[in-house]
Ligand binder design. Sequence first.
Ligand code: ZN
Ligand code: FE
Length: 268
Amino acid sequence: MMKRDGHIHTPFCPHGSRDTLEEYITKAINNNFSEITFTEHAPLPKGFIDPTPEQDSGMSLAQLTPYFEQLQKLKAKYKEQIIINIGLEVDYIVGFEQQTRDFLNSVGHLLDDAILSVHFLQHDNAYTCIDFSDEVYLHFAEQVGGIAQMYQLYYDTVKQSILADLGPYKPKRIGHPTLIHKFQLAHNETIDDHAQIHAVLQLMKEHHYELDFNSAGLSKTFCQEPYPNYEYAAYAKQLGIPIIFGSDAHTANDLHQHFQTLQQKLLF
Ligand code: ZN
Ligand code: FE
């Protein structure tokens, strides 16, 4: 069984830890992983103002060259022991498709692998980072008219991300497509989003995207399930969508978090 972790952050993440790239790599080798992808948050598109308090959702453009250079060196250094893919987690932001396409066209040739994720939702010409905190999430739900409306907006945005023309280097994998569940235990509503999740997965299948089966949610107090949960991951598998485990680690300690659990549930 080939062990792969396709979603890993790095010291280049401004909201992450300073754990070194080599700490992640050595841990992956020691745990018999044969392939990993570093997917740092790409610089946010030109002109986009990061709504988070520290404006630290993505790495700065100035860090991009050192990021690629360090990974290229380590990829070569460890090539006998592990496949290291150089990647990015790219944000899909409604209204910034052109800038995102331009960015991907400029760096795409340096990428082995990448993830396309929705973290920002647009409402009334403003953007909110919905996975920032339970307060931000609940406040945003109020702004859009309720929890169900917020879920709808999230899934609509994920669908747009699947359909968006981001050029030849558009990522092939959709990141954590149920991230809107991150604070599901912080609201007291029962939301039936079954049909919406099925529709997202069907669209991914139709357009040949891979699934980032992301374990980070299991460790989040208000989530307690992976993104997507086992039921929907099983549905993705049934559809024939390639399923790529992702720990979404922002520390070496979290690397491969819950790998065994997810693997046992799904046998990917
Ligand atoms: Zn992050
Ligand atoms: Fe993400």
